[in-house]
Design a protein around this ligand. Structure first.
Ligand SMILES: [Zn+2]
Ligand SMILES: [Zn+2]
Length: 233
């Protein structure tokens, strides 16, 4: 079962969210949550992390819910390098995002990879292998990792999760569990599936609930995540 009184992934005005940190914390409490993970998008040139950490700490001190301070960064290549600023002082967790496709010695846009797949210039296995490897290696090379919306990039490339076999998900799960990484079940992206969630949980991976909210109204509101949670019971 997944704790539905937590929301691991809520954006604020520090990146592309509509509401500020304080408002999001208030909404989490109003929606009956016990804890919230505040998260904003960073890149290597992001300079506002110290201000963000200070704002989260300030609002978190007097909050009626438990608050953590996270950043979301995209995977840059199959070695699991992330697009992170040099200092993450005060940040509690890193959300690893498959916003692009790790391949070769870098990453590429899913729409471009989709064309390569459609024209036969690439096989599905040639993109899924590096994606799995990058995901595992990101968890191994950084501390306090949460894998965000696992496999959300597959539909953008015209693929779906059925292209990833149980054995490969099992291997990924073992590596994530050994690294202490958690995996979110994403309300926004409706992934990973109950099949993948069950395999990961079976390998000892902690699954956590997330909405990837960009506005206060959707924080902690679960439909898909509740279905996945019940499927694990
Ligand atoms: Zn994302
Ligand atoms: Zn996000």
């Amino acid at each position: 079962m997944i704790d539905l009184t937590h929301d691991a992934h809520v954006h604020s005005t520090f990146s592309d969210g509509k509401h500020d940190v304080e408002t999001n914390i208030g909404a989490a409490h109003a929606h009956g949550l016990a804890s919230i993970g505040l998260v904003d998008h960073v890149r290597s040139d992001t300079t506002w992390v110290p201000d963000y950490v200070a704002a989260v700490r300030q609002s978190g001190k007097r909050a009626p819910v438990a608050v953590t301070c996270g950043v979301e960064a995209k995977i840059l290549d199959p070695t699991g390098a992330l697009d992170l600023p040099a200092s993450l002082h005060g940040v509690d967790e890193i959300l690893v995002a498959d916003h692009q496709v790790p391949i070769g010695d870098g990453c590429d846009h899913p729409s471009r990879i989709r064309r390569f797949l459609e024209t036969g210039h690439l096989e599905a296995a040639e993109v899924i292998g590096p994606l799995l490897e990058a995901t595992a290696r990101a968890a191994e090379r950084y501390d306090a990792v949460i894998i965000a919306h696992l496999f959300s990039v597959l539909p953008k490339m015209g693929l779906d999760e059925t292209a990833v076999c149980d054995d490969d998900i099992g291997v990924l799960g073992r590596r994530l569990a050994a690294a202490g990484a958690r995996v979110e079940i994403s309300e926004r992206w409706q992934c990973p599936s109950p099949r993948v969630a069950a395999i990961l949980a079976g390998e000892g991976v902690e699954l956590i609930a997330s909405t990837d909210s960009h506005r206060k109204e959707t924080i902690g509101i679960y439909d898909y995540v509740a279905v996945v949670s019940r499927s694990l019971a």
